[in-house]
Every structure is written in C-alpha cells, then in structure tokens.
Write a protein that binds this ligand. Structure first.
Ligand SMILES: Cc1cc2nc3c(=O)[nH]c(=O)nc-3n(C[C@H](O)[C@H](O)[C@H](O)COP(=O)(O)OP(=O)(O)OC[C@H]3O[C@@H](n4cnc5c(N)ncnc54)[C@H](O)[C@@H]3O)c2cc1C
Length: 459
C-alpha cells in the first residue's frame, strides 16, 4: 500500500540526502510514461550516482518490502514506470557517464542513464555510432529494459543484438556481471538476454556494454509516395526479400502524413509514403537505391525526393521521430495511445490492409506508421482517457489488432514491451511461456518487489 514506507524512506534519506525526493511534483513526474495508462505516483524517488549506491538502495528496499521501479527517461508506451503499488522510483539520470569506448573493438560501456543522443554526441568524432533510435531520446538502460529498436533496426538489429554485457543489481542488492565484452560467448546460461527486455522486473540495469558500428562513408535518404498503400508495402516486402541491406524503410499512411505535415511544417502529398535511407560506399548506396527505385516504380511509386546533406536528412528523420507528438497535437489535452505489433514480412500487407479496414469502420483518426522492413507497425491515436465509451471502442479495436497479428504468426509487441498494458495479450501469445516466466521471476524476486504488476501477474 502506498504510504507505508516511512522507515525505508528515512534509511534512504540517510544514504542519499537530497538525492531522495518526496515532493509531490517529483513523484508525479515519475508516476507515468508517455502513454495513456493511469498515472500512479511512487512514495519517493531516488537519484543514485553509482552501481554500489543502487545496491545499497536495493538492500534497504528489500529489508522493508518496498517495491523498486527503475526509471530511465519515462518515454515508454505501456505504463512500465507507473507505481500502481507505490514504492521507490529509482531514477537513473545521474548515472550518465560513458565509461569506456574502444574504437578497435567497436564497443563501449555506459551507465544506464546515458541517453542515445548523448552517446552518439560522445562518439561523433570517433567514426563510430550507436544505431538504435527510438523516436524519443531514451536512456540506454530503459532501451535495454524494453528491448527497444527503431528505424535502423532493419539493418542494425535491436537492443537484443546491440547489448554485449550488463552489470545488474538484483533485488537483494547483489552486483552481477552477466557476460564479457567478447563478441560471442557460450559461457553458461545467457543472463544478458534474460535481462534485456525484462522491463525492470528482474533487476536494475546499471552498466551496459554495447556493440557499435562504423559511420558509413555515404548516407542518402529519400521519400517516395504511392497512390495506394499496397504499392508501398509491396515495395518493402520485395526490398527485404531481395536482400537489399537497406538501413531504414519506414511506412507512413496518408493519415500519418497529414499529422506530420501539420506538426513539422512539411508539405508531403496526402498519400502513403516510404521514408528510406541507404548506407555504404557511394557506389554501393547508388546500387541499392537503383534497385529500390525500380521496385517502387513497378509498384506505382513516385520519383524519389532526395535528402542528401546532413541537415536535410536530420529534418526528415526528426519529422518521422516526432510522429507520436504530431498525433497528440491533433487533439489538445489528449494522451497518446500507441500500440505496436510485428508480423512475419509475408503477412505484413494483409495485416495492415485488414487493420485499415477496421480503422475505417471504427471511424476515428488512427494513423499507421511502421518500421515495416521488420514487419513492425504502429497504430497511434490521441485519446480522451476520461471518456469511457471512447476507451471501450479503442480497447475493442486494440484486441482485434493484436489477435490479427497473433493469428498471422506475429507478436503483440515488436518493441514497446508489455508494461502493464499488454499482460493479457502476452498470456494469449505465450501461455506456457508465461508460466516459465513466473518461475524465473519467483526465483529472482521471490517477494515480487521489482516493478510489481508489470509484464506478468504473479497470482
Ligand atoms: C515519440 C516517441 C517515439 C518512440 N519510438 C520508439 C521506437 O521507435 N522504438 C521503440 O522501441 N520505442 C519507441 N518509443 C518508446 C520508448 O522511447 C522506448 O520504450 C524506450 O526504450 C524507453 O526508454 P526510457 O529510458 O524512457 O525508459 P522508461 O520509460 O523510463 O522505462 C521503461 C521500462 O524500463 C524499465 N527501466 C528503465 N530503466 C531501467 C534500468 N536501468 N534497469 C531496469 N529497468 C529499467 C522501467 O522500469 C520501465 O519498465 C517511443 C516513445 C516516444 C515518446
């Protein structure tokens, strides 16, 4: 129950001094992420500066049965940081040091509070970069915890592929290194992958070793419009099936384009678009672009509109990354409803087209965007959470969308995670898997103190 942790809070105050916050404004800031899920304030917020401090915090919390909720930047989409059972929000933002970078090994080790943009600014002069880019400037700890991806995943993979090793603090305060920096390892159970995507329910991720990539010699971005969405999706499927190593291939339907134009001041035609990017040597970029141009042409795509210099490319991708905020801006005082599903690429066209029919029947503005090269797409809308009838309609639509993805051999989330919003869908997707997850959770966190109520229900 919230409000029953007075003794724990006193002990935490002795440990952290002013870095233990109990003011209502700070607690409220940590009560929610960017989603529509009902906010729930923690009893206090801790701002540790080191892994050993996190360990001390865990020891105090476990002694007083106080739930622990790791907090990165609060940009997730499924209510993962909301403190529905009260407890301590552990804000990792002061653990924001890049600990080491190895150009030779093309890897780095960072504290969990480092954000993806901060890391790339740090790497900029070294000729290497970290490719994973959720739209928000999320923390590397939060991205690891949600197994995040983004527009570059089709070429560079997701956090599952990017993370080499972790240092985590378990519920009882032990500091555990999950692996080495070696590119491959067959040493025992894969503890690294156990914590990647665990959403704060198994332990607190404090340090992360990441695989980095060489900045390509040439980068070209382009947009291309299509008379129909089928043409855009077929271009994607054929590009992937031909094995073109495209770096980004993003779908925006006509409703998404309208929202982007209104928010970002762009003037794309009101048609479905693909936003594309090619990486490689100049010759290789040109060869890839020629192939995709031909595929687009055969699918009634427009000429490519190129963004060649860094400024134009940055503006193009910023508009894409701001998409969720563009949708929210369509309706003042609304919250973002953003769901994501992922299906095998062969099922993508059917799944999106059936979803568009469903959206037409529902009659609400629900734009679709997608990291479609991976078969991953999002339906986003702005919701009035106070309007029960509207939320029922959204809920029913959401259930149909997820079941459509599951029946296509897909998953209820490609990148946003389960949080509190998709627990029932996870159970539908992996019933026996959830049983096993409960066994793991019980072994690592017997009193259910690590981010309780998220990912799986214990009872
Ligand atoms: C505009 C916009 C665009 C987005 N686009 C994408 C996208 O393209 N792809 C994508 O994958 N996501 C996207 N997201 C969602 C979000 O940015 C990601 O889920 C991101 O990984 C969350 O990171 P965070 O630091 O904000 O984590 P938080 O929201 O703070 O936390 C998320 C979860 O991780 C846990 N957690 C956080 N830090 C730690 C830690 N150190 N140790 C253990 N657990 C921890 C929390 O307890 C919580 O359960 C988008 C969000 C927005 C607002």
């Amino acid at each position: 129950m919230p409000g029953t942790f007075t003794v724990a809070i006193q002990a935490l105050q002795i440990l952290l001094g002013a870095r233990l916050e109990t003011s209502s404004s700070v607690r409220l800031h940590h009560a929610h992420d960017e989603s529509f899920h009902t906010p729930a304030s923690p009893d206090a917020v801790a701002f540790p500066k080191s892994t050993s401090e996190v360990s001390e915090i865990a020891r105090i919390c476990v002694r007083h049965h106080m739930p622990m909720l790791p907090f990165g930047t609060g940009t997730a989409m499924e209510g993962g940081v909301n403190a529905s059972q009260g407890g301590l929000s552990i804000d990792m933002s002061l653990m924001n040091n890049v600990l080491s970078v190895s150009n030779e090994d093309m890897d780095c080790t960072v504290q969990a509070g480092v954000t993806r943009i901060q890391l790339n600014e740090h790497l900029r002069d070294k000729g290497i970069f970290f490719p994973i880019d959720p739209g928000a400037d999320a923390s590397i700890g939060g991205m690891t915890a949600t197994r995040a991806s983004g527009t570059n995943a089709v070429r560079y993979g997701t956090m599952r592929e990017a993370v080499l090793a972790l240092t985590v603090v378990t519920v009882d305060g032990k500091i555990v290194k999950t692996s080495s920096r070696a590119r491959k390892s067959a040493a025992g159970y894969d503890l690294t992958r156990l914590f990647v995507g665990s959403e704060g329910t198994l332990g607190i991720i404090c340090e992360i070793s990441l695989r980095l990539h060489a900045i390509p010699e040439a980068i070209s971005a382009a947009v291309c419009s299509f008379e129909s969405i089928d043409g855009a999706i077929n271009t994607v499927i054929e590009t992937v099936q031909m094995g073109v190593p495209i770096a980004r291939i993003e779908l925006l339907d006509d409703a998404a384009i309208k929202a982007v134009n209104a928010y970002s001041g762009t003037n794309y035609s009101s048609l479905p678009h693909l936003f594309l990017e090619f990486h490689g040597t100049s010759a290789w970029v040109e060869e890839q672009a020629t192939i995709v141009k031909e595929l687009a042409h055969e699918n009634s795509g427009s000429e490519f509109q190129w963004a060649l210099n860094t400024e134009d490319r940055t503006a193009l991708w910023q508009a894409r990354h701001d998409f969720a905020y563009a949708v929210r801006a369509m309706r003042p005082n609304a919250r973002i409803f953003s769901t994501d599903v992922c299906v095998p690429i062969s099922q993508l066209a059917e799944c999106i087209i059936e979803t568009l029919d469903d959206i037409n029947n529902v009659g609400m503005a629900m734009p679709i965007v997608g990291h479609v090269g991976d078969g991953n797409f999002h339906v986003v809308t702005a919701v009035d959470t106070e309007n029960e009838d509207e939320m029922k309609v959204i809920d029913a639509f959401h259930t149909r969308l997820i079941r459509r993805a599951l029946s296509s051999g897909g998953t209820c989330t490609g990148e946003h995670g389960i949080g509190q919003g998709k627990k029932a869908f996870l159970l539908e997707e992996l019933p026996a898997g959830v049983e096993l997850m409960r066994v793991i959770k019980h072994a690592l966190d017997p009193d259910n103190l690590m981010n309780p109520g998220k990912v799986i229900d214990i009872d």
